[in-house]
Design a protein around this ligand. Structure first.
Ligand SMILES: *[C@@H]1O[C@H](CO)[C@@H](O)[C@H](O)[C@H]1NC(C)=O
Ligand SMILES: *[C@@H]1O[C@H](CO)[C@@H](O)[C@H](O)[C@H]1NC(C)=O
Ligand SMILES: *[C@@H]1O[C@H](CO)[C@@H](O)[C@H](O)[C@H]1NC(C)=O
Ligand SMILES: [Zn+2]
Length: 421
């Protein structure tokens, strides 16, 4: 072999091994988005189709689902739908176009704003900045760690008041599912409202409670969805067989794996992890939550099925204060409705209006800590692509929803402050 050939060989081997390591951006070129509707059978269709595609991307409710189909599986998919007699509509011809459009919008980003989606590092910077700007009522809090070594960073807003010690704690968890970008964006928007609004109702709400707010509790997944795969939902931990991530909202230690979760580490969406709290994100966050005294309200933000959900997600049985939760939840939705005239489904249990699912944070909190007010808000958002220019629209809606929740909870005596000595 002459030298030139040898050098060429070395270069190509090095190049090849680099390619194998460097991850490529998933474009979703020619993937088609279908909307499938039927009174029954959407779930079975997804299950059947997953035998052909274990990286299936889908979302929806009991009667309707958006399903993203690889170009070479379109005919098989259409056959399955026809065989089952379901209704199907092609919503998007080439999904990569939507992702490209969104990327162009993201690039129009000058500083921190609510007209763009930001990296975890920028969200954390924002929280640090707020803790510096409002030192008399905020502090940075660390809710836990991620697999790749990021912090689960949050902001505590606890303005000085007469009842410093006994304030009821209101906890907000957001972004547990990586691709639901509107959730972290809405959460920082809400933080900004709490800190800067001149609306006396919002100021009163802020001052009454001790807020613990975490905009991105799955920071690795969120970053991965920004850099490599827009539809990524899970964490980034590595399974024994090499597949990545577990669904952090199937991983909590209450009725783990009972329903609506997968035991296959390669399942793209709902792998529950190898055991309860196998994921450092859920384990460390749960430890943080356990330390909170007087936790009265726990809210999780997701997208995109536009619903208000109550515990328990894997049972249609109603809890002791179910009626109160419904009353408070209704007021919350009414307040939100006034902003954009957008109607949300619920409040109701996930088992009743979405699907049975176990291992979520909401159920664990309710069961383990007996927290009286526990809700999951499924925000809006067109298959997870909510236009960044419309973040404030969703942010104002959520701010009013929180105001409605707190107002009605006060009416019903849920936030009676313990008098501290
Ligand atoms: C399910 O989703 C479809 C499509 O978004 C919607 O029209 C329908 O009202 C939803 N059903 C429930 C029970 O939320
Ligand atoms: C944080 O504050 C610094 C200094 O004022 C500023 O340069 C930076 O843009 C801010 N970052 C965010 C994310 O708000
Ligand atoms: C806290 O600081 C902000 C900004 O510096 C100020 O406007 C506000 O009056 C202070 N609040 C209290 C209760 O000291
Ligand atoms: Zn979600």
């Amino acid at each position: 072999m002459n030298l030139l050939k040898f050098i060429f060989l070395v270069i190509s081997v090095v190049h090849f091994s680099q390619c194998a390591v460097v991850e490529e951006y998933k474009t979703y070129k020619d993937y088609k988005l279908f909307q499938v509707t039927s009174l029954d059978g959407v779930k079975d269709l997804i299950k059947e189709f997953m035998e052909f595609d274990d990286a299936l991307v889908y979302s929806g409710n009991k009667t309707s689902a958006g399903i993203l189909v690889k170009p070479d599986l379109v005919s098989i998919f259409e056959e399955l739908v026809t065989m089952r007699g379901l209704n199907m509509e092609l919503l998007v011809e080439d999904y990569s176009k939507i992702i490209e459009m969104e990327k162009r919008e993201i690039l129009r980003n000058d500083g921190f704003s609510w007209h763009a989606y930001h990296d975890v590092a920028d969200i954390h910077d924002y929280l640090r900045n707020m803790s510096r700007e409002y030192p008399n009522m905020t502090e940075l809090i660390i809710g836990g760690q991620s697999y790749e070594g990021r912090q689960i960073l949050g902001l505590r807003i606890n303005s000085p008041s007469l009842h410093k010690k006994g304030k009821p704690v209101f906890f907000i968890e957001s972004g547990i599912h990586a691709r639901e970008w509107i959730a972290p964006a809405t959460t920082t928007y809400f933080i900004n409202e709490l800190l800067t609004s001149s609306d006396p109702h919002i100021i009163a709400m802020r001052d009454q409670l001790d807020w613990h707010i975490f905009p991105s509790v799955n920071p690795d997944g969120y970053q991965y969805s920004r850099k490599f795969d827009r539809m990524w939902r899970k964490t980034r931990s590595k399974s024994a067989n090499g597949c990545r991530g577990a669904d952090p909202n199937r991983n909590w230690d209450y009725n783990w794996m009972k329903s609506g979760a997968s035991s296959d580490p390669c399942d793209y969406q709902t792998y529950a992890g190898k055991e309860p709290f196998s994921e450092i994100e859920t384990r460390s966050l749960s430890e943080y939550i356990r330390t909170l005294e007087n936790l009265r309200a726990y809210v999780g933000f997701h997208s995109d099925v536009q619903m208000l959900l109550l515990p328990y997600s894997d049972s249609t049985e109603h809890m002791d204060n179910y009626d109160d939760l419904v009353t408070i939840g209704k007021t919350s939705l009414d307040y939100g409705y006034k902003v954009n005239r957008e109607k949300y489904n619920g409040p109701a249990t996930a088992a009743e209006i979405l699907y049975m699912v176990s291992g979520g944070s909401m159920d664990w909190v309710r069961n383990t800590l007996a927290t009286p007010l526990v809700y999951t808000y499924e925000l809006r958002g067109k298959n997870f692509h909510w236009p960044p220019s419309r973040i404030p629209e969703q942010g104002d809606e959520v701010t009013q929803m929180m105001l409605g929740l707190v107002t009605e909870a006060n009416n019903m005596g849920y936030f009676k402050t313990k008098v501290s000595k």
